[in-house]
Design a binder for this molecule. Sequence first.
Ligand code: SAM
Length: 290
Amino acid sequence: MSKKDKPGRHQRMLAAYGFGLFSLPRYREIRGEGWQIRHHLPSMSEGYLTPSFVEGNRFVLYQGRRPWMSTGLFEVESHAFHVHAAHGLVVVAGLGMGMYAFAACAKPQVERVVVVERDAAVIAMFSAAAGLETWPDRHKLIIVQADALDAALAERLTEPCQGRAADYFYADIWPLTPDATAPPQAGAMVRALAPKAAGWWGQELNFGQWCLERRRPIDGAALADYAALCGVPIPADAGYAAFCRDVAAVNHALIAPRPPRRRPWWRRFFGAGSENLNSGAAAPPDGPAP
Ligand SMILES: C[S@@+](CC[C@H](N)C(=O)[O-])C[C@H]1O[C@@H](n2cnc3c(N)ncnc32)[C@H](O)[C@@H]1O
């Protein structure tokens, strides 16, 4: 599912937010050590910005039986802003299927893309699965095998980045969103690398959740506060704030604060006194951290 598959959706996003979808490499199925990329047939699906729809053919990256990502619309819509933000020297944490790397390399505004990937098997599978030898802009891509959360990350990247700070840093090292560890981990990587601008996968959902917990409107002012709190220089504008608002509306059920669970009525009558019975009665809402 890409810009070419969905020209109408691409144009609507461009008009509403100032950025749209992007093209993907041509994938093929492959098995690596502990990982594989499998083809999936069309099925009902949910987008990031688009509610339920019929998803066409897609490829899914698995580690064992655990899905990490796919080439479906959810992934393309959730990467779209970060592809738009890519320019100059781009540093990326998490190779996955190389979907972002391909789209960033394809942009004329991007000079070099340095991807940090922890897993050697992912790197080994990627070039064959994504047809790297056919990428017109493959000369821009450098892959470094390293843990993006390692304290020595900046040192590992000095040579591939030619001693320069990244113009855009994009972190995508999580299989699910919203993930409460993503904002602090993205903040830690930003502190290590000091990029000029940065973002992480799923940041719109973390941000939307933060706003809903505080009953704040999802707008540019809240986004500036949230980016400062996380220590991530998100290159936001009015179009991006509108995108965050719309993504939060589509995913409201995922990010709305959960109401405290009521104690079942029958506990009052049948020995409700024990601490254990009460322990789940008023689950606190998710923590206040970014
Ligand atoms: C969801 S995929 C990335 C998808 C990618 N954005 C794309 O467009 O194809 C996440 C990747 O992050 C890698 N990863 C997870 N933790 C990591 C870490 N600490 N450092 C580097 N890579 C990591 C995983 O092995 C996986 O390849």
